[in-house]
Write a protein of this length. Structure first.
Length: 144
């Protein structure tokens, strides 16, 4: 149903973890995701802990779905001294090529407990359907 657009994304993610470099708008970090089919919907769940709803941007152009988010530092008072910081800050992004069998006009998005959940319905034209078989007389009537 979807294809990853960047096969080296996991290597980039690992390198960023090792070096401690956060994502920028020109070179965003990857965000972990799950994708699965549930009934008549294709579901994509993206982990975005600590990201506010207004810092998430979701776009779809043709069959390309793009999710971008930014986790900003929490506001600190002047007298706060940071002892340790391990949580990644910066820009996170994920691009997915969606199959033609998905209805990109009816995508819904929910955000709860740091998880962005996108539901993409299966297009009607892609659903299985029964074809009735006609007899020879019905075929002749159709050709007149």
């Amino acid at each position: 149903m979807l294809m990853r657009t960047d096969p080296f994304r996991e290597l980039d993610r690992l390198a960023q973890q090792l070096t401690g470099v956060s994502g920028t708008w020109s070179r965003p970090s990857a965000m972990p995701m799950d994708a699965y089919r549930e009934g008549e919907d294709y579901v994509i769940a993206l982990d975005l802990p600590g990201v506010t709803k207004d810092a998430i941007d979701i776009d779809v152009e043709r069959n390309m779905l793009t999710v971008k988010a930014e986790r900003r530092p929490t506001a600190k008072a002047d007298d706060v001294q940071i002892e340790l910081t391990e949580r990644p800050l910066g820009v996170f992004s994920r691009q997915l090529v969606l199959a033609d069998t998905l209805d990109t006009e009816r995508i819904t998005a929910d955000y709860d407990a740091g998880v962005l959940t996108l539901r993409i319905p299966i297009a009607e034209r892609a659903k299985p359907r029964k074809i009735t078989i006609g007899g020879p007389t019905e075929h002749k009537q159709l050709n007149r």
